[in-house]
Design a protein around this ligand. Structure first.
Ligand code: PLP
Length: 409
């Protein structure tokens, strides 16, 4: 079996599991307990925080461990938006006082605004929609070009005095396009708007130094880096006030209640440290093989369409549309041949709707339904890529011919 679905989840890494093992067995204490078993767990948790902080170039107190990328995104978007709304309300009240208690109908009246993109993961998009439905936020989704890229100028132009958060993903999960987050973060900083990035797919490949990126908040997920599922983190610059999503015993300095996943945090730190140490070699190796796969597929399947950006693309990420086929049928053929991959994203799999990412990039619905995504870790071998490419050519031929892709006018 050739596993080419690392963007859905990566195989757990032995080094990570070994680091976690003591905290799943002998060192099982609750970090909130004041006896020695609890103290030992609390120490492990703090060491994990320090290791993760060293990789991100931040202070340990700026790391909040979560149950994964979805929770980190929810906490960033809802937490920062609701806190921002309070700030705006306070300013509005002060403004009215300044103007000798003008009546309510003379207030600016503008709702707080959230700026994001049309190609975010549902963890961000659904959080934004919740804030719109239940709390009256205005949500502005920036368009992307045909490569899936956001224009920093458009992002800057979308910021208003009412914008309380801008969230733009570091790299896209479906097509692998890397966004100019540094540039967008700089525009947000200049406008005084907090900037969050979903770095879940970027975590294993790209620079995570939050100082260099200039971001205020950044989400990561462990299982894309080789931990078991169920751990992630949110970096939050300077530990500002944050409305929690999980209420309870006040763990993680009141920002994320719930008994901490000590083993998960230890695994997350180990995975991040490994990814940072291996990053340059891993990216070089994976991108050479990714290009080999792309070349072989484009040569072997006339009419195949590479989706995403030509160069600003995650090293382990190659996604295509095979017009005239069905993505699901190609997947089934590939699975029969022992190649596991996905159509678009794991989250959208099983849905009849075409990928919102691909339609936002201007592809028509029909073509978008023919998407197939291949994603791998740096452990990929040349022989696997070559065999996968052969099987792709055979699978597409088996499920039908290719019609030219239509771009939406
Ligand atoms: N954000 C992106 C870009 C993702 O690709 C994913 C998962 O695929 C998530 C968030 C959610 O992460 P998790 O599976 O850890 O909840």
């Amino acid at each position: 079996m050739i596993y080419l679905d690392a963007a859905a989840t990566a195989p757990p890494r032995r080094e990570v599991l070994e680091a976690m093992w003591p905290y799943l067995t002998t060192e099982f204490g609750n970090p909130s307990s004041s006896h020695s078993a609890g103290e030992s767990a609390a120490r492990a948790l703090e060491e994990a925080r320090e290791t993760a902080a060293a990789v991100l170039g931040c202070r340990p107190g700026e790391i909040i461990f979560t149950s994964g990328g979805t929770e980190a995104d929810n906490l960033a978007v809802k937490g920062l938006a609701l806190t921002g709304m309070d700030r705006l309300d306070r300013m509005d009240r002060l403004d009215r006082l300044d103007r000798l208690e003008r009546p309510a109908h003379e207030r600016s009246g503008a709702s707080p605004q959230l700026v994001s993109t049309a190609v975010e993961h549902p963890a961000v998009l659904e959080s934004l929609d919740y804030l719109r439905r239940r709390h009256g936020f205005r949500v502005m989704l920036l368009p992307v070009d045909e490569t899936g890229m956001v224009d920093p100028e458009e992002a800057a132009a979308a910021l208003t005095p009412e914008t309380v958060l801008c969230s733009v993903m570091y790299a896209n999960n479906e097509v692998g396009t890397i966004q100019p987050v540094g540039e967008i973060a700089a525009r947000c900083r200049a406008a005084g708007v907090p900037f969050h990035t979903d770095a879940v797919q970027a975590g294993g490949w790209l620079d995570l130094d939050v100082g260099t990126l200039g971001v205020d908040a950044l989400s990561l997920s462990g299982h894309k880096l080789g931990t078991p599922k169920g751990i992630g983190l949110l970096y939050l610059r300077g530990a500002p006030p944050l409305e929690p999503v999980m209420h309870g015993g006040g763990q993680e300095r009141g920002r994320r209640s719930g008994t901490e996943n000590v083993a998960g945090a230890v695994g997350m730190a180990a995975a991040l440290a490994l990814a940072a140490a291996e990053r340059d070699d891993a990216a070089r190796h994976a991108s050479a093989l990714r290009n080999r796969l792309i070349d072989a597929v484009l040569r072997g399947v006339p009419g195949a369409l590479l989706t995403g950006h030509g160069t600003e693309r995650l090293p382990g990420h190659a996604s295509f549309c095979f017009p005239g086929t069905s993505g699901e049928a190609v997947l089934l053929e590939l699975e029969r041949a022992g190649v596991l991959c996905s159509s678009g994203s794991a989250c959208a799999a099983g849905s009849d709707e075409p990928s919102a990412v691909l339609t936002a990039m201007g592809l028509d619905r029909e073509t978008a339904q023919t998407a197939v995504r291949f994603t791998f870790t740096a452990a990929i071998r040349e022989g696997d890529v070559d065999r996968a490419a052969q099987e792709v050519v055979a699978a597409v031929a088996a499920v039908g011919g290719l019609a030219p892709a239509r771009l939406r006018a």
